[in-house]
Design a protein around this ligand. Structure first.
Ligand code: ATP
Length: 459
C-alpha cells in the first residue's frame, strides 16, 4: 500500500499492566522470542521465535485459518510466492509509491521517519527526539521500503526482483486462476498467511515493527455496489469479524480502539479505512487495518497484464471488475498484543492467561517425586496417553511448587500431578493456571476435559 502519515498517540506507558522490559525478558528466558543472530552480536531489530514462540505463532495461524477459511464457505486459502514478477509492483503502485519520507538530524546523525518526528514539511523546527536539537532536520527524502534482490547470477536492472511488502497482491494476481479452478461465486474471499518484508526506516519496540514479519490477510470480493449502503454493510460485517477474532485469540478488547482514518490520511485507493489500535506498553499503535480498496487493484492488474480480471454474473451475464474489502492483520503484532493481554502478576507468581487454544502446551504432567519408580511409571503412562492428542509437557525437575510456577510463566493451562493416591484410585491433581485451584480428576476423564477446555466449552 502507499504509505500515509502515521498518527502518533500520546504514550500510555504502564497502562497495560506490564512493561516491555518484563515481557522481553520473559520471552527470551522462556524461549518465546530470542534476539536474532545473537552469537554474532545480533542484527538490529531481527528476532527469532524460539520453541514456545513457534508453537504460539502456529496456534494463532491455525485458529485464524480455521475461523476465516474452514468455517467460511465463501473464503478459500492461498499460498502465493514471496518473489513475484516485478511488473506486479509497478501495477500495484508499490514501485512508485510505497515509500516513507525520511529525515536526518544534522546534529546527532540519527535518521527518522519524517511523520514520526513532526518534520513532514520543509522548514519545520521540530526537535530531534534523540539529541533535542531544534531545526536540525534535513529536507525529507523519499525512501522506497521494498527489499530489492536479483534473480539469477546477473546483478543488473534487468534482473531486479523484490521481496513482497504485503501478501495482498498475490491474491489479486491469482484472482483469475482461483475463479477458473474453484467453484467460488461472488461474494467470495481469498485468505493468505505469509511473510512480508519492508525496509523500515525506524523498526523497533521488539516485534512490533520489524523488517521481516508475517501477515494474515483477506481480500473479500463483491459486485460493484449499487449504493454506499451496500459496501458499508459488508464493511460493518468485517469490522464485527475482526472484533470477534480479537476476542477469540485472547487479545483484551478493552485495549483495542477503532480509529476512522481521515480523508487526507488514507491510501489513495481506499474509500474507507478503520485502524484497530492497541494499548501497547509503549503507547496506542496500529494492530490491524480494514480497508475498502474499491476495484483499484483488479483494475490496475487487469490493465497492466491485459488479462480480463472480471466476473460474469451467472444470471444477468453482465461482466464487471469486482470490488474488495481487505482485513489485514499482522501476526507478530497479534502475538505481542496477546502476550501483553495475557501477562499477569499475582504477588511473586507471574502467569500468562493465554486461551488454552493458543497456549503452547495444553498441560504439563508431573510425578510428585522423581525418585519413586512406581510414580514415574504411572506418570509416564498418563503423559504418553495424553501426548497422542495434545501437546503436553513432561517435567520432573525440582519441587512441585517450582514446576507449577514454571508452567504458569509459559501459560500452560493445566498442571497434572501423579501422586501416591493416583496409584490407589487412578485420579490425579488437576491444577488450574489462573486460579491455582486444585481438584482430583480421574485419569480416564483427562482427555475429554482437556478437549473441552481447549474448545472453550464450559464444563
Ligand atoms: P504502520 O503504520 O504501523 O507502518 P501500515 O499501516 O503500514 O503499518 P499495513 O500496510 O496496513 O500497515 O499492514 C497491515 C498489517 O501488517 C498492520 O496492521 C500490522 O499488523 C502489520 N505490519 C505492517 N508493518 C509491519 C512491520 N514493519 N512489522 C510488523 N508488522 C507489521
Amino acid at each position: 500500500m502507499v504509505k500515509t502519515p502515521d498518527r502518533r498517540k500520546a504514550s500510555k506507558a504502564g497502562s497495560t499492566g506490564t512493561t516491555m522490559d518484563a515481557l522481553v525478558s520473559l520471552a527470551k528466558r522462556r524461549g518465546f522470542v530470542y534476539p536474532g543472530s545473537d552469537i554474532y552480536g545480533g542484527l538490529a531489530n531481527a528476532w527469532d521465535y524460539g520453541p514456545l514462540g513457534a508453537e504460539l505463532k502456529n496456534n494463532i495461524k491455525r485458529l485464524w485459518w480455521e475461523r476465516f477459511v474452514h468455517r467460511h464457505d465463501d473464503i478459500v486459502g492461498l499460498d502465493a510466492a514471496i518473489i513475484m514478477n516485478p511488473k506486479v509492483w509497478a501495477a500495484s503502485g508499490h514501485l512508485s509509491g510505497f515509500a516513507d519520507q525520511l529525515v536526518d538530524c544534522r546534529n546527532c546523525k540519527e535518521r527518522f521517519r519524517a511523520d514520526h518526528v513532526g518534520a513532514d514539511h520543509i522548514g519545520t523546527d521540530a526537535a530531534c527526539p534523540n539529541c533535542g536539537k531544534k531545526g536540525a532536520f534535513t529536507k525529507p527524502r523519499k525512501f522506497n521500503l521494498m527489499f530489492k534482490t536479483f534473480i539469477g547470477p546477473a546483478e543488473d536492472e534487468a534482473h531486479v526482483a523484490y521481496l513482497r511488502p504485503e501478501t495482498a497482491q498475490g491474491m489479486f494476481v491469482d484472482y483469475k486462476q482461483v475463479l477458473d479452478s474453484t467453484r467460488v461465486k461472488l461474494p467470495f474471499g481469498m485468505a493468505q498467511i505469509g511473510k512480508a518484508f519492508r525496509n523500515e526506516i525506524t523498526p523497533g519496540n521488539f516485534i512490533f515493527r520489524t523488517r521481516e514479519f508475517e501477515q494474515m490477510e483477506i481480500e473479500y470480493f463483491f459486485a460493484p455496489p449499487a449504493s454506499d449502503a451496500a459496501w458499508q454493510e459488508i464493511f460493518e460485517q468485517w469490522r464485527a469479524e475482526i472484533l470477534a477474532w480479537i476476542k477469540q485469540v485472547g487479545i483484551d478488547p478493552a485495549r483495542v480502539h477503532e480509529v476512522e482514518v481521515g480523508d487526507g490520511e488514507r491510501a489513495h485507493y481506499s474509500k474507507r479505512t478503520v485502524d484497530f489500535e492497541f494499548d501497547f506498553p509503549f503507547g496506542q499503535e496500529e494492530l490491524y487495518g480494514l480497508a475498502y480498496r474499491t476495484n483499484f487493484d483488479l483494475s490496475a492488474h487487469g490493465k497492466a497484464s491485459n488479462e480480463q480480471l472480471t466476473y460474469t454474473d451467472p444470471e444477468t451475464k453482465q461482466s464487471f471488475v469486482p470490488h474488495c474489502i481487505e482485513p489485514s492483520m499482522g501476526l507478530d503484532r497479534t502475538l505481542l498484543a496477546l502476550l501483553v493481554s495475557a501477562y499477569r502478576q499475582d504477588g511473586e507468581r507471574v502467569y500468562l492467561a493465554l486461551p488454552p487454544a493458543v497456549a503452547p502446551y495444553k498441560a504439563a504432567v508431573f510425578p510428585l517425586l522423581r525418585n519413586k519408580p512406581e510414580l514415574i511409571k504411572k506418570a509416564r503412562a498418563v503423559y504418553e496417553a495424553l501426548r497422542k492428542d495434545f501437546y503436553v509437557m513432561w517435567d520432573d525437575r525440582g519441587n512441585i511448587g517450582k514446576r507449577y510456577y514454571a508452567q504458569d510463566e509459559i501459560g500452560t493451562p493445566v498442571g497434572l500431578t501423579v501422586d501416591f493416591d493416583t496409584l490407589k484410585d487412578d485420579t490425579v491433581t488437576w491444577r488450574d493456571r489462573d486460579t491455582a485451584g486444585q481438584e482430583r480428576v480421574k485419569v480416564s476423564e483427562l482427555a475429554a476435559r482437556l478437549s473441552k477446555l481447549i474448545s472453550g466449552a464450559s464444563d
